[in-house]
Design a protein around this ligand. Structure first.
Ligand SMILES: Cc1ncc(COP(=O)(O)O)c(C=O)c1O
Length: 390
């Protein structure tokens, strides 16, 4: 969470006083509908669907894209487990591919991992770093694949002038507590494809057939679930959305300052960014030549009283720690488990993406902040220079 204050309190008060907390009970045209219209406009997409989490957004989007049993979905080896889990939830098999030095999905490895079963690619804009969308979209086009951008860590970021999430067939954002804008827990699907939107709409609300918009839905109604957003969280998100570009401007200014000050340091380079102007700038990646040098830097910073970390230590975001995936326990019940139903032996191992592990181990993250004082920023820069110069 970056900013939350009385404006959000007032928005919540407004909804509670209205007594209208549910989006489909005469609440049509209410906070959630308005948030969806505003989010779609901000991202430059035809449709937005608010849902209860980023995981729900990924799952509903994949359902909208007809992903299911028999399909393989290529995911990066560095992401939160929600990315592969969304595919598994729908009966598909995630295929884990390498990231490159940018720590985002490597189009060359995606191409190597394509099989006759591959149906989709899920680029993940980790830490707000935009993926190589030109490269990935080209691979997708050549092989007739759909693309779901996981922009959960990249709310509002862009690539070559287009907002992340609105470039692929569909995109997913998260608004959980740790994201750039937040309502505690929440998410959204965006897409320009009306058929994808309508299927996601049906999947996200098992009561879709009974809503006022049911007559507009051209896809035959099928069994969905409940990932509906509520009016309180949407009201918070509408305030958060109005803050988004301001937050990104502040983070980008700090990151530019850090990069300008640290560019002469020979101990490290910066992890390359596919579009620096669109980077959300939550994180600066320092890329060392070896893991040992990265470790020495982390220890040196600690000795100076400053905590920095390597993404290899983030644990949950590294594929080698996705135990339920690697051990192929794909459902609560064996008869629903895609790994048992797919008819072939899916091969995963902890060392299957050695390049990813090497890049993560060689990288150290410096986080940007929205309200750091000039003194604190100068102190950080001085300490980085001092430790790196040893
Ligand atoms: C890359 C990525 N994808 C998906 C998600 C899932 O989002 P949520 O926690 O809102 O379900 C997250 C959340 O941390 C994430 O970081």
């Amino acid at each position: 969470m970056y900013i939350i204050d009385n404006q959000e309190v007032e928005a919540v008060r407004r909804v509670i006083e209205s007594g209208q907390l549910f989006r489909y009970r005469g609440g049509e045209g209410g906070e959630t509908d308005q948030f969806e219209a505003e989010w779609a406009e901000l991202l430059g997409a035809r449709h937005a669907l608010a849902v209860t989490s980023g995981t729900a957004a990924l799952t509903c989007a994949l359902a909208g894209m007809d992903i299911g049993p028999g399909d393989e979905v290529i995911v990066p080896a560095y992401t939160w487990m929600a990315t592969p889990v969304a595919a598994i939830t729908l009966g598909a098999i995630p295929v884990i591919a390498e990231v490159d030095e940018s720590l985002t999905l490597d189009p060359a490895d995606v191409e190597r991992k394509i099989t006759a079963r591959t149906k989709a690619i899920m680029p993940v804009h980790m830490c707000g770093f935009p993926c190589d969308m030109d490269g990935l979209m080209a691979v997708a086009a050549e092989h007739g694949l759909v693309v779901l951008e996981d922009a959960c860590q990249a709310d509002g970021g862009s690539y070559k002038g287009k907002r992340l999430g609105a470039i692929g067939t569909a995109g997913a954002n998260s608004f959980n507590f740790f994201k750039i804008i937040t309502c505690g827990e929440g998410g959204a699907v965006v897409t320009n494809d009306t058929a994808v939107y309508q299927k996601a709409l049906v999947y996200h609300d098992l009561g879709c057939a009974f809503r006022a918009h049911a007559g507009d839905v051209e896809t035959p109604m099928f069994i969905g679930s409940n990932y509906r957003m509520n009016e309180i969280l949407s009201a918070i998100l509408r305030v958060q959305l109005s803050r988004l570009d301001g937050i990104l401007d502040t983070l980008r200014a700090e990151k530019r300052m850090l990069m300008g000050e640290l560019s002469g340091v020979s101990a490290f380079s910066f992890n390359p960014i596919h579009d620096p102007a669109g980077d959300c700038a939550t994180t600066l990646g320092l890329l060392f030549d070896t893991e040992t040098e990265a470790r020495r830097f982390i220890d040196g910073m600690k000795a100076e009283g400053m905590t920095v970390a390597s993404p290899i230590d983030s644990g949950i975001h590294v594929y080698s720690n996705w135990t339920p995936v690697l051990e192929k326990r794909g459902a609560h019940h064996p008869a629903r488990d895609p790994f048992k139903l797919c008819g072939y032996d899916v091969e995963y191992s902890k060392d299957m993406c050695p390049d990813t592990l090497a890049y993560l181990k060689r990288t150290v993250y410096l986080g940007t902040a929205i309200n750091r004082s000039g003194d604190d920023l100068r102190g950080l820069i001085q300490t980085v220079k001092k430790v790196a110069g040893r």
